[in-house]
Write a protein that binds this ligand. Sequence first.
Ligand SMILES: [Zn+2]
Length: 72
Amino acid sequence: MGKLIFLVLGIILAWRVLKWYRKSMTRKEPPPAGVAEDMVRCAHCGVHLPRSESHASSGRFFCSEEHLRLHR
Ligand SMILES: [Zn+2]
């Protein structure tokens, strides 16, 4: 019986440590992806925009499909 109580207390303690650990990890996380995202420059007009919104072609980035087409 004593072993069972010890086991349950151990599980509760482990769960609490895990919860605290996750919370501390969340606090240390860098700002949202949008803020830290790489900025690229349009090879045609020079405007800066996030990499995920750009159109890439042979190592160059463009702000729109039109500029990508015009640069070809
Ligand atoms: Zn452009």
